[in-house]
Design a protein around this ligand. Structure first.
Ligand code: ATP
Length: 232
């Protein structure tokens, strides 16, 4: 298993009130697979993905990522893991506004140990001709393509996507999902994606339904469909 999580718990304390956000999550995902996390707002999806990506820490439980027990890493090692092994894609693209498309990607490739070639990655996301544009000169879908390029240029083992199509219209969303599927195939990158959109589950090998901080259901999909055939 590439992701192996057992009995993961997380709570937040504000004042005297402690709220349990994740109540003993268990989940697994194989290397090279696509996993989708579904669940209502506030159910703990982002908290879960942030812990898996080393942005946040759990209170207890075990998280193995490609054999590495990330819950027992010290801060320095956890930062190392996050920088080296994880690519993040968010709903809002978080590009640096005063850098060009190419520069946004190079900033990341320059601090990576074994980056992919910037031009190759730009070609993979279909943005070669926009290399010298600034983010404000791009559509939302194009900005998301650049943020995908930025996430994959460091050749991460795991791509974590938090509502990557949340701000996009139907046809642009579909092309972004197609792109993520291509990245998964081309680079063998394992992908874990949060979405509100149940239709997207059809392209996932595993679907995790989260309710109030617990996994209510896990579906294993023997026949995934290409993103271009998703209908919603
Ligand atoms: N840093 C924090 N401090 C206190 N509470 C937090 C913190 N981060 C998240 N929460 C709370 O944890 C709960 C789960 O939040 P989370 O963002 O994980 O949910 P989600 O399922 O991703 O929701 P959405 O779909 O709306 O993004 C929410 O009630 C949220 O208010």
């Amino acid at each position: 298993m590439f992701i192996e999580i057992s009995n993961l718990k997380k709570s937040y304390t504000s004042g005297l009130v402690k709220t349990e956000i994740l109540k003993g999550i268990g989940m697994e995902l194989n290397k090279g697979e696509i996993g989708v996390i579904l669940g209502p707002s506030g159910s703990g999806k982002s908290t879960l993905i942030n812990i898996i990506g080393g942005i946040d820490r759990c209170d207890s439980g075990q998280i193995l990522i490609d054999g590495l027990e990330i819950n027992s890493l010290n801060d320095e090692k956890l930062t190392d893991y996050r920088r080296k092994d994880i690519g993040f894609i968010f709903q809002f693209y978080n590009l640096v506004p005063n850098l060009t498309v190419g520069e946004n990607i190079e900033v990341v490739s320059n601090i990576s140990k074994s980056p992919l070639n910037t031009d190759e990655v730009l070609a993979s996301v279909g943005m070669t001709d926009k290399k010298f544009r600034f983010p404000r000169e791009l559509s939302g879908g194009e900005q998301q393509r650049v943020s995908i390029a930025r996430a994959i240029v460091k050749n991460p083992k795991l791509l974590l996507c938090d509502e990557p199509t949340g701000a996009l219209d139907f046809s642009t969303s579909r092309s972004i999902l197609q792109l993520l599927q291509q990245v998964n195939k081309k680079y063998g990158t394992t992908i874990l994606m949060i979405t509100h959109n149940t239709a997207i589950a059809a392209m996932a090998n595993r679907v995790y339904k989260v309710r109030s901080g617990e996994i209510a259901e896990i579906l294993i999909n023997e026949k995934t469909i290409p993103a271009e055939r998703i209908e919603w």
